[in-house]
Design a protein around this ligand. Structure first.
Ligand code: TXA
Ligand code: MG
Length: 296
C-alpha cells in the first residue's frame, strides 16, 4: 500500500479494486498524471473522469459549493457506489472534467480503495481500468489483459462485489438526474423525499451524457438482446451452425461473462434482458450498450 501511494504521489498509475469494478487511478490534481490515464486507456479526452475521495472534507475541497442534497445523499450512500456531479473547484484540472464546469465525486467503500486513499492522502481520478470500449474489469486479470504494462502497479483483491459501475447522479439539475444507472438503484434514490424524486437522463433529455455513447462495453462478438426467452430461442434456431453463446446475466457476472464468451471465440452472444428494476436497470443499460443500441 505504501508503494502504491508513493507511485500515485510521483505521478504514476495504480489500478485498484472498488466495490463496483477495478479503477485506473492517478493523482486527480496532477495534470500530467491524469493525461497518462487517457493514454493508457486510449480514452477520448471528451470523456470526464470520476474523482474518488476519502471523506466529505476532501470532497469539499474539490467542489465550488456542495448543495444541501449532496450531504444528505452522502450521509445515506457514502461510502458506496454513488457518484455525484457538482460544480467543480478551480483546483480540479480541466483534463479531469473534460473542460466541463462540473466534477463527479465518489467515496468508494472497498477497504483496499479506502486504504489507498488514506495512504496517498490525495483525491484519485479513476475511470474503470479497461481499454476504452471494452467491458469493465471486475478482477485483476481483466486489468492485466487490457492494460498490461501500461499501469505501474495493480492491487489485486479478487473479484469485485457488485460487478457494475456506480450510479452517476447529476446534482446540478433539480430534481437530480441519473446520468448512468448503477450500484445504487433508482428505487433507493427516488425513495428519498429530500431528493424530490430523480429523473433518468434519457427520459429527461432524450440524449446520452458524456461517455454514455452507445456501442460501449463491447466485446468482440456481436451481442443481441431480447425481452423474453421465446424470442431468444427463435433467434438461436436461425443461427444454427454458427458459434453462439447464451449469456444469463447478473450484475456480478455480466462483464466477466462477456469477456469469457469472447475468449471462447463465439460469433454471437444472445441474452435476455433482466427486468428494468433494482440493479437490473444497470445491467440492461450495459447490455444495450454492448449490443450497440440494436434490439432484436
Ligand atoms: O464504479 C465506478 O464508477 C467506477 C469505479 C472505478 O469507481 N468508475 C467508472 O468510471 O466507471 P468511468 O470513467 O468508466 O465512468 C465514469 C462516467 C463517465 O463516462 C462520464 O459519463 C461520467 O462518469 N462523468 C464523469 N464526470 C462527469 C461530469 N463532470 N459530468 C457528467 N458526467 C460525468
Ligand atoms: Mg468505464
Amino acid at each position: 500500500m505504501a508503494r502504491a501511494a508513493s507511485i500515485l504521489r510521483a505521478g504514476g498509475l495504480v489500478a485498484f479494486p472498488t466495490e463496483t469494478v477495478y479503477g485506473l487511478g492517478a493523482n486527480a490534481l496532477d495534470t500530467d498524471a491524469v493525461r497518462k490515464i487517457f493514454t493508457a486507456k486510449e480514452r477520448p479526452g471528451w470523456d470526464p473522469l470520476i474523482v474518488h475521495v476519502s471523506d466529505l472534507a476532501m470532497a469539499r475541497t474539490l467542489a465550488r459549493a456542495l448543495p444541501p442534497v449532496f450531504e444528505t445523499l452522502a450521509a445515506r450512500f457514502w461510502p458506496g457506489p454513488l457518484t455525484m456531479v457538482v460544480e467543480k473547484a478551480a483546483c480540479v484540472p480541466e483534463e479531469v472534467t473534460a473542460r466541463r464546469p462540473t466534477v463527479a465525486l465518489r467515496m468508494p467503500r472497498h477497504p483496499v480503495a479506502q486504504a489507498l486513499l488514506a495512504a496517498a492522502q490525495l483525491p484519485i481520478a479513476a475511470p474503470s481500468a479497461n481499454r476504452f470500449g471494452r467491458p469493465s474489469p471486475t478482477c485483476a486479470e481483466h486489468v492485466v489483459a487490457d492494460l498490461g504494462d501500461r499501469v505501474d502497479l495493480i492491487l489485486d483483491a479478487g473479484p469485485t462485489e457488485l460487478g457494475v459501475e456506480s450510479t452517476v447522479l447529476d446534482l446540478t439539475q433539480s430534481p437530480p438526474v441519473i446520468l448512468r444507472p448503477g450500484g445504487v438503484t433508482r428505487e433507493e434514490l427516488g425513495g428519498l423525499r429530500v431528493v424530490g424524486g430523480v429523473a433518468d437522463e434519457v427520459a429527461a433529455k432524450g440524449l446520452a451524457g458524456p461517455g454514455m455513447t452507445l456501442k460501449h462495453y463491447a466485446p468482440r462478438a456481436a451481442v443481441e438482446i431480447f425481452e423474453d426467452e421465446a424470442a431468444l430461442q427463435a433467434r438461436a434456431t436461425e443461427l444454427r451452425g454458427r458459434c453462439v453463446g447464451v449469456l444469463v446475466p447478473t450484475a456480478k457476472n455480466l462483464f466477466a461473462e462477456l469477456r469469457r464468451l469472447d475468449a471462447e471465440g463465439v460469433d454471437v452472444i444472445l441474452c435476455v434482458l433482466p427486468a428494468a428494476e433494482g440493479i437490473g436497470l444497470a445491467v440492461r443499460d450495459r447490455l444495450q450498450r454492448a449490443a450497440g443500441g440494436r434490439r432484436a
